[in-house]
Design a protein around this ligand. Structure first.
Ligand code: DX5
Ligand code: ZN
Length: 226
């Protein structure tokens, strides 16, 4: 399987939850991953969906699932999402006392392992953990809600992580999440991100599939200069 150079991952957080399967099908042929935000009302104040919804949705689409767990105690819950067929399972470093052990569990359950870094968490202490991970998700907002304003200063973490990954020849997806839209995706791509979550920019658009294609084009142009 060839690895796509850039990933666009629409977040269903901004979709109509009463029509989830239709909302996913609307972007199925334009997107690379489906970003699924799981929130538990403890790690973040918001509450969204959990395993039963992910299991039902898994049967409704071929798109790989990029599960973003904003929950406490991910060691207890994360492997269940891998077992449910998630392609990538990302948990927050702030919620886990042994991220490397959980990454191993996720990989043995057949998923890619992702580490998420929230707005107020520095990246430097965690750089040495990155060889255990496939994905690094750097929040470009404070985790918890869609529709927030992109914080460009957080791209410094993307630059640091990309430099570190390049120096160590790590195969690492660097994903940005929060406020990614037509006017912000290019700077995230230039900083070194190669996976882009977009909720409002996709599902707030009249044509979500077209919005995904436009975002991809903007990211590609920013990295290739085309
Ligand atoms: C928020 C979530 C995001 C959210 C992004 O904590 O992790 O994935 O859906 O939404 P937008 O793209 O609207 O900022
Ligand atoms: Zn997310």
């Amino acid at each position: 399987m060839t690895v796509p150079p850039l990933i666009v991952a629409p977040s269903i957080l901004a979709a109509d939850f009463a029509r989830l399967a239709d909302e996913v099908r609307a972007i199925e042929h334009a997107a690379d991953w489906l970003h699924v935000d799981v929130m538990d009302n403890h790690f973040v104040p918001n509450l969204t969906i959990g395993l039963p919804v992910v299991q039902s949705l898994r049967a409704a689409t071929e798109l790989p699932f990029d599960v973003h767990l904003m929950i406490e105690d991910p060691r207890r819950w994360a492997p269940g999402y891998a077992d449910a067929g998630a392609y990538n399972v990302t948990f927050h470093v702030e919620a886990c006392d042994d991220p490397v052990a959980l990454a191993k569990d996720l990989r043995s359950a057949g998923a890619k392992a992702g580490l998420a870094i929230d707005r107020d968490t520095p990246i430097e202490p965690y750089l040495e953990l990155l060889p255990s991970f496939d994905t690094l998700l750097i929040m470009t907002i404070k985790a918890g809600f869609g529709g927030q304003r992109f914080l460009p200063q957080l791209l410094e973490k993307v630059r640091t992580a990309r430099r570190h990954a390049a120096a160590g020849h790590l195969e690492l997806r660097i994903e940005v999440d929060g406020g990614i839209a037509d006017d912000t995706i290019a700077q995230a791509a230039e900083a070194g991100a190669d996976a882009f979550v977009a909720g409002t920019a996709v599902y707030g658009a009249d044509d979500p599939a077209e919005a995904v294609r436009r975002l991809r084009g903007l990211a590609e142009r920013a990295t290739t200069g085309a």
